[in-house]
Design a binder for this molecule. Structure first.
Ligand code: PLP
Length: 395
């Protein structure tokens, strides 16, 4: 047998996280995570569950009773949404304009659904007219779209228009709100979204582990009247209802520490006020955008599809994106990311999420990015970038 490995104390580098997630965690959330464990059926924990659900409803802007943290990362709440709502034989309409629409398709197929697509290029939002056409052609039972596409930095505008199209065809709407919840305007009830899911480590600035999910009664009725059980036992909402609903009976052990964490993260949202929080993300991202644009870099999406929480900045000609990303990590302990899929090599993805959405972070990032590009001989005007960034901050 091997000897005991000689593993040193855990000393991760102290990064500034401005990539596509995770974002910097608020110190209060880290503190909440170091508080003592209680049992998952402890009366004190039942109270905490209630508080988390109330805070989550506030953040989603919904009165949905079925609002819970799903154990796992954003993909777990995503699979809980799709795996429960889509029944074998159902048709789900998904978008092709980014990485996460593709993941929706995989999950719908695994649930036994048939997948049909509505097309838009990577870097552009869906056009409601195309969604209408797809409904006419395929009559899907479920329509999924990505509100904030982290792979392309695109925010889907006209959400109420999309949900109205789906509902006029008696379909259910599932919205991926992983990179919008708590950072970008999102109104689940007013916009008539049937099912919305999110993750903790984007605009909520909480470590991954417990992921927000909300379903309205109409969607939950479909889930509870399924003819066949969903394929996942762990994510079966009819069973999770026993724990998160009135009964509070054991299904699986809740990730207690992650529930503490999201409680504190959501408490920070409530303290700030959800609308103030949306405004802060917008203001800080505007300074970032002004800075990079004045430096000579372009943002990839059209202005009406710009996603403040994830800025897709075009890589200048002749620059190796990977080398610039490595430069920032090495010299500044600063994390940003490159493009995915159709945009690989074409954009930097710069997050402006939650606790990372601060002016101080933008002041740190803009000159550092400029330096990383200049190190490769790119023609950028860092001084102009800084001046525009400061002017925007003074607005
Ligand atoms: C991050 C992300 C997910 C998946 O979340 P994980 O926490 O990585 O499982 C899903 N959708 C979007 C839009 C995301 O940004």
């Amino acid at each position: 047998m091997t000897d005991a490995p000689d593993v040193g104390e855990l000393t991760p580098p102290n990064r500034t996280l401005m990539g596509p997630g995770p974002s910097d965690v608020h110190p209060r959330v880290l503190r909440a995570m170091s508080t003592p464990l209680v049992g998952h059926l402890d009366p004190s924990f039942i109270e905490i569950m209630q508080e988390v659900q109330d805070l989550m409803r506030y953040t989603f802007r919904t009165d949905n009773k079925w609002t819970i943290p799903v154990s796992g990362t954003g993909s777990a709440s995503m699979e809980a949404a799709i795996g429960n709502l889509v029944e074998p034989g159902d048709t789900m309409l998904v978008p092709t304009n980014g990485y996460f629409g593709g993941r929706m398709a995989s999950m719908a197929r695994r649930a036994g659904g048939e997948v049909v697509e509505v097309d838009a290029p990577w870097g552009e939002p869906l056009d409601p007219a195309d969604v209408e056409d797809a409904f006419e052609t395929h009559q899907p039972d479920v329509f999924g779209f990505v509100h904030a596409e982290t792979s392309t930095g695109v925010k889907q505008p006209n959400v109420p228009e999309l949900t109205a199209i789906a509902h006029s065809h008696d379909a259910y709407v599932v919205a991926d709100c992983v990179t919008s919840l708590g950072g970008v305007e999102l109104r689940v009830d007013d916009w008539d979204v049937d099912v919305a899911y999110s993750g903790p480590q984007k605009c909520l600035s909480c470590p991954p582990g417990a992921s927000p999910l909300t379903l309205n009664d109409r969607a939950m009725d479909k889930v509870l009247s399924r003819e066949t059980d969903p394929r996942s036992w762990y994510l079966d909402l009819s069973l999770l209802e026993g724990y998160w609903g009135e009964e509070r009976a054991y299904h699986h052990t809740a990730p207690i520490t992650n529930v503490y964490a999201i409680r504190e993260a959501l408490r920070l949202v409530a303290e700030e006020g959800i609308e103030n929080r949306w405004a802060r993300h917008l203001d800080v991202a505007r300074s970032l955008k002004a800075g990079v644009e004045a430096m000579g870099l372009g943002l990839n999406p059209e202005p009406d599809a710009w996603l403040p929480s994830l800025n897709a900045v075009r890589v200048p000609d002749g620059v190796d994106d990977g080398a610039a990303i490595d430069y920032l990590l090495e010299h500044y302990d600063l994390e940003i990311a490159g493009g995915l899929g159709d945009l690989a090599g074409d954009v930097f993805r710069i997050g402006c999420m939650g606790h990372s959405a601060r002016e101080a972070n933008v002041c740190y990032l803009v000159p550092a990015l400029g330096e990383a590009l200049e190190a490769q001989g790119a023609d950028v005007d860092v001084d102009a970038g800084l001046a525009a960034m400061r002017a925007e901050m003074a607005e």
